[in-house]
Design a protein around this ligand. Sequence first.
Ligand code: PRP
Ligand code: URA
Length: 212
Amino acid sequence: MPNYENVFVMDHPLIQHKLTFLRDASTGTKHFRELVSEIATLMCYEATRDLPLEETEIETPMQKTKTKVISGRKLAFVPILRAGLGMVDGMLQLVPSAKVGHIGLYRDHETLKPVEYYNKLPQDIEERDVIILDPMLATGGSAVDAITIVKRSHPKSIKFLCIIAAPEGIKALTEAHPDVHLYCAAVDNGLNENGYIMPGLGDAGDRIFGTL
Ligand code: PRP
Ligand code: URA
């Protein structure tokens, strides 16, 4: 059984409701894309819950008052291409100042092993807390490799945010990178013989980009 210590399952009713339509095979590309983005926004809200605050003083129309702002913490979002791209706009809705890096990985259909084809991260990533984005955590191979790639640039911290996780992927990620917090909206039953999550939602990249 995977170690769930650093695993956060976001079971908010709005997320669960949207996830139902995301899973539904009759949901078309436009609606699917909108749902991925909306779920990412809701998940971003939860995944940034630990951002530190600092006190500041402002003047309301009535009087001066002490209040709080996020304390200079810089974020970077790193989608795993392609499907992670679908989550970026939803994340930027809440944190428009975040920088965006990209890691290109695809799963070889025979071996199920990830193959790297692109890598561009923000230059100042050492000053940033990174949230890696991918809707699907299946075998975990892509997530483990993406985290390894990002770690080489020494960011302040790394979180991994996915929509659906398989227990196999959770096990692989938490064993390879026990320091990384994993956020997901659902933990599904497991993988089928082709490495697809069951019940899952099918191929996330194909459903986002209409390449079915
Ligand atoms: C999917 C998905 C993840 C990966 C998960 O991408 O978006 O990146 O598979 O599988 P894993 O946990 O077994 O590595 P895919 O390789 O289909 O590429 P795509 O996003 O370009 O379609
Ligand atoms: N990648 C997907 O897009 N879906 C799965 O179910 C597994 C990997």
